[in-house]
Design a protein around this ligand. Structure first.
Ligand SMILES: *Cc1c(COP(=O)(O)O)cnc(C)c1O
Length: 393
């Protein structure tokens, strides 16, 4: 552990978020007093745990306009994506072996697709436009009679770009193809409605929305159409056999409380975050050679992603690290020395894809922090550029 005198400002809220104290308070009794297994049907301890799970399930379902029976708890969005994609591929195997997804998806979508490809499925990876948005005509042209699933994320974890879910859902349903969306970054940040958007499967996670790590859910549509998925974890038959394993009431209660809080605050909080984000962009874009990655307005309110010309990306992050916790892309892949697959899909050069900063502004960030980060980033970029120039002289 590096020694830290004052903790850096946290602006990596796309990687994870702190648990909100109100969420923590809701969870605590379920570790101790209310410790029962919701699967214990013969006594009080089981019943009270089951009642809490039922209530949480209803809260999470209501947040996306679903029914409680359509929610399957998982360990997070990675597992939800795997269950959706592999589960549908396996269940609809006899109807078709073609799946469609997008180049800018999270690895938790891309890798299950690549895995299915290794088993003999056919995967079409759609490109995006330079602003990160999917072109609906490109999607329409890719649909085939044997296509069983389209998977397009709601909000991108690097560039925050919001895909046109309702339009994609309408197109898929018109063609009789199931539509899955990874909404890990979207829940509590933008309105989600599985009915209006005609979504068949939707992945969620708690830890991006001020809930605990290790809990998420998959929404699986039960009517019009009734979606079939093949279980990927077999055992005690929990979650109607679709995901075995003892349910975790503390995590589930925290997840529901986190979603409830985020949705209650959504209208005001999204305006506050967008104002902070625009303030940061206004300051940073005053510098030469700063490029915005992703669509300017079709994006998460708390997201800003920039590429910086004339600096080494690693050196920039390292120099900023004592002041601000940032990353250049997805947390899970930031250990790999490769440019972001999202930024290269936008057509960014390798150099600009490397020299990128992802700012994820969250609930606990203030305007004073944004000003401090902007000043520090500008000074650091200028000093790194000056060094590069003098070493070249
Ligand atoms: C964080 C994230 C995931 C992975 O979620 P976990 O709950 O950490 O497994 C998947 N997709 C997106 C878009 C994410 O941002």
């Amino acid at each position: 552990m590096p020694k830290v005198l004052t903790r850096p400002i946290y602006l990596d809220n796309h990687a994870t978020t702190p648990v909100d104290p109100a969420v923590m308070a809701a969870m605590l009794p379920f570790f101790t007093e209310h410790f029962g297994n919701p699967g214990s049907v013969t006594h009080f301890y089981g019943w009270e745990a089951e009642a809490a799970v039922q209530q949480a399930r209803a809260t999470i379902a209501a947040a996306i306009h679903a029914e409680p029976e359509e929610i399957i708890f998982t360990s997070g969005a990675t597992e939800a994506n795997n269950l959706a994609i592999k589960g549908v591929a396996e269940a609809y195997f006899s109807q078709g072996k073609h799946l469609i997804t997008v180049a800018t998806e999270h690895n938790a979508v891309l890798d299950p697709c690549y895995y299915l490809k290794s088993l003999g499925f056919e995967i079409t990876l759609l490109p995006v436009q330079p602003d990160g948005l999917l072109d609906l005509a490109v999607l329409e042209a890719a649909l085939r009679p044997d296509t069983v699933l389209v998977s397009v994320m709601a909000a991108n974890n690097e560039i925050g770009v919001l895909q046109p879910l309702a339009e994609i859902g309408a197109l898929c349903h018109q063609r009789g193809v199931l539509f899955h969306t990874d909404a890990a970054q979207a829940i509590g940040k933008i309105p989600l409605d599985v009915q209006a958007m005609q979504i068949d499967l939707l992945s969620l996670t708690a830890h991006k929305v001020y809930g605990p790590k290790g809990i998420g859910a998959l929404y699986v549509r039960r009517r019009q159409p009734r979606v079939q998925i093949a279980a990927q974890l077999h055992g005690g038959g929990q979650e109607r056999g679709m995901r075995s394993g003892t349910l975790a009431p503390p995590q589930i209660v925290g997840f529901a409380r986190a979603v409830e809080l985020a949705i209650a605050q959504l209208p005001d909080e999204s305006l506050r975050l967008a104002a902070l984000r625009d303030r940061l962009w206004q300051k940073l874009s005053a510098l030469e050679g700063i490029y915005l990655n992703g669509h300017l307005s079709q994006r998460l309110p708390g997201n800003l992603n920039i590429s910086v010309e004339g600096v080494d990306g690693q050196a920039l992050l390292l120099a900023l690290q004592p002041v601000v916790a940032l990353s250049s892309g997805a947390a899970c892949s930031s250990a790999k020395i490769a440019p972001s697959h999202v930024l290269t899909a936008l057509g960014r050069s390798e150099a600009l894809a490397y020299a990128s900063l992802r700012f994820g502004i969250g609930r606990f960030n203030t305007a004073a922090e944004i000003d401090q980060v902007a000043a520090e980033a500008i000074a650091t970029i200028q000093s790194l550029r000056a060094k590069t120039l003098s070493s070249q002289a």
